[in-house]
Design a binder for this molecule. Structure first.
Ligand SMILES: Cc1cc2nc3c(=O)[nH]c(=O)nc-3n(C[C@H](O)[C@H](O)[C@H](O)COP(=O)(O)OP(=O)(O)OC[C@H]3O[C@@H](n4cnc5c(N)ncnc54)[C@H](O)[C@@H]3O)c2cc1C
Length: 274
């Protein structure tokens, strides 16, 4: 298969999801419900892989969110409550796109039309290939390329990095996600990109700029997620993998940006459109 714009690279091998159709989706959901109590505490940890991956059957209409809500109503635990909130985000995105179709590719907050972005060049290519020199970002981009999936926490971090450290417009990242994600959904994708970029409805404040290193240390505390996807760093022990420049890591790139400088520049650009 080819990319949709006709270049010659192959699409990723898609993440196996126990077969297609309603029966496998219901079976997957039934099994997941038995573990949903852990969802509240562990859903932000890509190293533990404890989220449901129900986004894929949901995208293909193999299960209805109302079925899931009815089952969740039987579960009286914080995990089920947290899961309900995430399903609500999905519906919120769908509702927004239905009411404001331009939100697919244009900012909901119109002041962001004036935001200064660069032309996607070499840095964008490094981001797409998982070669930014920021291990948590690169792990996510390589997971996406190899499996067609990426954990939600990592999606937020790689998206923030593209927009606020590299100054590439979110729509380029959103297009790359839509080409690669098995669960790629126009509403959830564009509205989440807008949330991260600060230009969506109820968005994260623009000045909330994720630090890609501390996010890695916090949500992949032993470094297992990074080592799984970035083999050049597999020899680095524990959390040291998140600061690879402190160790010898041959074949792994130097950081493509200085995060502190990029942060200052991002805030300057934001001040200019306020
Ligand atoms: C930049 C970015 C792009 C995204 N693009 C997509 C996309 O194209 N398609 C997609 O389905 N989700 C998208 N998401 C939302 C979220 O990352 C995925 O739904 C989630 O990672 C899917 O994994 P899961 O099923 O294991 O999630 P779980 O943590 O098990 O969540 C349960 C369900 O809740 C819904 N959900 C969870 N978080 C969100 C959210 N932030 N927004 C909307 N619905 C959510 C999904 O339907 C998910 O299956 C994106 C998030 C970001 C930050």
């Amino acid at each position: 298969m080819k990319w949709i714009d006709g270049d010659s690279e192959a699409l990723p091998e898609f993440t196996a999801v126990d077969g297609a159709g309603e029966a496998p989706a219901l079976s997957r959901w039934g099994n997941y419900l038995e573990t949903v109590s852990a969802y509240g505490d562990e859903r932000d940890r890509p190293d533990l892989d404890t989220t449901s991956r129900m986004s894929i059957p949901l995208k293909y209409g193999e299960i209805h969110p109302r079925t899931m809500l009815a089952d969740l109503a039987q579960e009286r635990c914080a995990g089920a409550e947290a899961y309900r909130r995430e399903l609500a985000w999905r519906e919120f995105c769908a509702e927004l796109l239905a009411r404001y179709p331009h939100a697919a590719w244009k900012p909901v907050r119109s002041q962001f039309e004036r935001m200064e972005y660069g032309v996607p060049g070499e840095a964008f290519e490094a981001w797409r290939r998982g070669l930014t020199g920021f291990p948590f970002v690169d792990a996510g981009m390589r997971e996406l390329a190899q499996t067609g999936f990426m954990h939600n926490r990592v999606r937020m971090v790689v998206a923030s990095f593209l927009v606020k450290d590299m100054f590439v417009h979110w729509k380029h990242g959103a297009r790359w996600f839509m080409r690669n994600l098995v669960d790629g959904d126009l509403a959830s994708n564009s509205l989440n990109w807008q949330w991260v970029a600060g230009c969506g409805a109820d968005a994260a404040p623009y000045f909330r700029i994720f630090n890609p290193i501390s996010q890695g240390l916090k949500f992949d505390p032993q470094g297992d997620y990074v080592r799984r996807w970035v083999p050049e760093l597999a020899h680095l022990p524990g959390s040291s993998v998140h600061e690879s420049w402190n160790a010898k890591a041959s074949g792994y790139p130097e950081p493509v940006v200085d995060h502190s400088e990029a942060r200052r520049e991002a805030l300057r650009r934001y001040a200019a459109i306020r």
